[in-house]
Design a protein around this ligand. Structure first.
Ligand SMILES: Nc1ncnc2c1ncn2[C@@H]1O[C@H](COP(=O)(O)OP(=O)(O)OP(=O)(O)O)[C@@H](O)[C@H]1O
Length: 251
């Protein structure tokens, strides 16, 4: 589904990502881990179209996407969350989900003004999807609250719902457990597994919470100082000497 081949990203004199190769197949949860500053978010930014990589190829369902703008990439079915929550804080919870779908569908302004039957039907479907995902992530009762007033863990769940209403094939999550308490992390763990099992969404994950990563990942890629260090199943990665050294070095 997603293939990243020899991806590189240079910022001036700094080679933040150096020849990273990884792939995500259908029905898979793949994690990218590595010490702080290893280049994980930069890999995400290249894949999702926020940066134009300086080298390498990115293929999504067989087509090259490197350098395409983020809105085009998200319409192909690959959407992401951010390390720092990026909701529309002054809109309500449900409005955030409706706006996400409008932006995704590129709704025609004229159709919206005269409210064609086709437009009304799409509006209804957007509302249904929003309601479904609010229920699914446990935010239905907060639908009319301002998103900015939600507790942090609720905002993180809303972010995932905001991705899911666009019905992605691949969901990219950048440190979804950061700032969550243990109970919230456990819920997140189950939610991510359910996205794969019940909705057939593949997941690419950056995460520092090792118990979450080891628990839910089918495969893990380790990056260190921009370079790929190891890749394999959670067990293979856990027992890899280079990985152990990199993490001990950080501590
Ligand atoms: N826009 C940018 N301009 C210049 N340097 C950047 C830019 N974005 C990232 N970097 C640098 O690239 C390197 C990799 O950063 P990146 O954020 O990708 O690491 P990370 O593995 O996601 O780290 P963390 O786990 O702390 O989030 C860092 O040295 C960072 O300072």
């Amino acid at each position: 589904m997603l293939e990243v081949q020899n991806l590189s990203m240079r910022f001036g004199g700094l080679l933040a990502v150096d020849q990273v190769t990884l792939d995500v197949q259908e029905h898979e949860i793949v994690s990218i881990i590595g010490p702080n500053g290893a280049g994980k978010t930069t890999v995400f930014n290249c894949i999702s179209g926020f940066y134009k990589p300086t080298g390498g190829k990115i293929l999504f369902e067989g087509g090259e996407i490197q350098g395409k703008p983020d809105h085009k990439i998200s319409r192909l079915g690959m959407v992401r969350t951010f390390q720092h929550v990026r909701l529309f804080g002054q809109m309500t919870v449900v409005e955030n989900l409706l706006v996400a779908q409008h932006r995704h569908l590129n709704t025609n302004l004229l159709a919206g003004l005269i409210k064609t039957p086709d437009y009304r039907e799409r509006e209804q479907k957007s509302l249904d999807r929003a309601a479904y995902w609010l229920e699914r992530v446990g935010l239905m009762e907060l639908a009319n609250r301002e998103a900015g007033n939600l507790a942090y863990g609720q905002q993180r769940r809303l972010e995932i719902a905001r991705c899911m209403v666009t019905e992605p094939k691949l969901l990219m999550l950048d440190e979804p457990a950061a700032g969550l308490n243990p109970a919230e992390t456990k819920d997140l763990n189950q939610l991510i597994i359910s996205l794969k099992e019940d909705y057939n969404v593949s997941v690419l994950l950056i995460e520092h919470d090792m118990s979450l990563v080891m628990d839910i990942s089918d495969r893990i890629t380790v990056i260190n100082q921009g370079r790929p260090l190891a890749a394999g199943t959670p067990d293979e990665v856990r027992n890899n000497d280079d990985v152990i050294k990199a993490y001990l070095g950080e501590a």
